[in-house]
Design a protein. Sequence first.
Length: 129
Amino acid sequence: MNTARQFTASFFVCAICFCTAGCGAVIVGGAAAAGTYYYMDGQARATYDTSLDKAFDASLAACKQMGIAVTMQSKKSTSANITGKLSGDTTTIDIKLIGDNLTEIIVRIGLWGNEESSRRLQKAIRNRL
């Protein structure tokens, strides 16, 4: 009986997560991807199996490729930030070291978020890792 309750609770938790995730979660494949990619609350989040330095360099290169004019950049030992402009919209890239050689990159384009542009930027970053 205890197993049935655990299963039911797990099912409802998963159902709530999928219902509230907006555009849903997508599993990302590829050598540089460590796990998940998802878009929620105007932000495209992805986790990569890479160092903070490589993620930062790949993000700067992706900005250049997409024509994002970088206005500010900073890097610390466990986090980094890049801010720029894309077609007048403020673009932010937050990079966080979340484990050994495991980095989360959070992209937001525009005040409310632009899913299509954010996905393109995440893809450009992923292609450089």
